[in-house]
Ligand binder design. Structure first.
Ligand SMILES: Cc1ncc(COP(=O)(O)OP(=O)(O)O)c(N)n1
Ligand SMILES: Cc1ncsc1CCOP(=O)(O)O
Ligand SMILES: [Mg+2]
Length: 211
């Protein structure tokens, strides 16, 4: 299957209220957009469905204002309710083939790669981009399988033409090396959500990776 969506994004913010450490996550999101973030994923792992939905509705007002795509993590109900641009799923979530057949035909689907064998499965084929997860081990998400490293990323780049979103412990100092290893886009949580100045953090990252 050819690509459903093109992927003209280089800087991807993955955000939750908790990751913003007491700051207003909507303000962090807006500042990040002003700094150069191209696409945002709302990833609320511990919120109730109602709370997740309310957060998504408020965030969608901001992403719509700036024409930035909003991706919802894991939750198909929230993604449909807010008419999100897309959804990101991993091995323990509803699978991309099921999403494509049911209600997500025209939405962007991101799929996490934790095992090399996944590159040959049907889930990869129907997905719009692959999350290389994680490139480097991170305290932000500890239930991970493979730390791909730059070597793993280089290897995956040779095996697929799908857009690759690298995620996991990516910061200003290693962002360029990650892009040079074959990523099309870097995704970050803490580099922006924990930054003293999220707009500046996004701006600096974008400047570092833009080709
Ligand atoms: C861009 C991006 N890549 C990978 C992930 C991880 O997704 P998943 O493996 O489903 O883990 P959780 O995020 O659900 O904990 C991601 N969210 N975004
Ligand atoms: C959601 C996710 N998926 C793989 S690693 C990760 C968290 C990345 O967070 P950080 O950018 O703070 O390392
Ligand atoms: Mg998931």
């Amino acid at each position: 299957m050819s690509l459903i969506h093109s992927f003209p994004y280089q800087l991807y913010l993955v955000i939750s209220e908790a990751d913003c450490k007491g700051r207003n996550f909507l303000e962090v999101a807006e500042q990040s957009i002003l700094g150069g973030v191209d696409i945002i994923q709302l990833r609320e792992k511990n919120a109730s469905v109602q709370d997740f939905l309310e957060k998504a509705i408020r965030l969608k007002e901001i992403t719509d204002k700036y024409g930035i795509p909003l991706i919802i993590n894991d939750n198909t109900f929230v993604a449909k309710e807010v008419d999100a641009f897309g959804i990101h799923v991993g091995n323990n979530d509803t699978q991309p083939t099921v999403l494509r057949e049911n209600l997500f035909q025209n939405k962007m689907i991101g799929y996490s790669i934790e095992y090399l064998e996944q590159l040959e499965n049907q889930e990869t084929i129907v997905s719009d981009y692959l999350g290389i997860s994680p490139v480097f081990r991170t305290d932000t998400k500890t239930d991970t399988v493979t730390e791909w490293g730059l070597e793993g990323l280089i290897k995956i780049r040779k095996l697929t033409e799908k857009p690759l979103v690298a995620i996991g412990n990516i910061h200003l100092k290693n962002a360029k090396a990650v892009m040079e290893s074959g990523a099309d886009c870097i995704a970050v949580v803490s580099e922006i959500c924990s930054a003293e100045n999220p707009q500046k953090a996004a701006f600096n990252l974008k400047n570092e990776i833009v080709k």
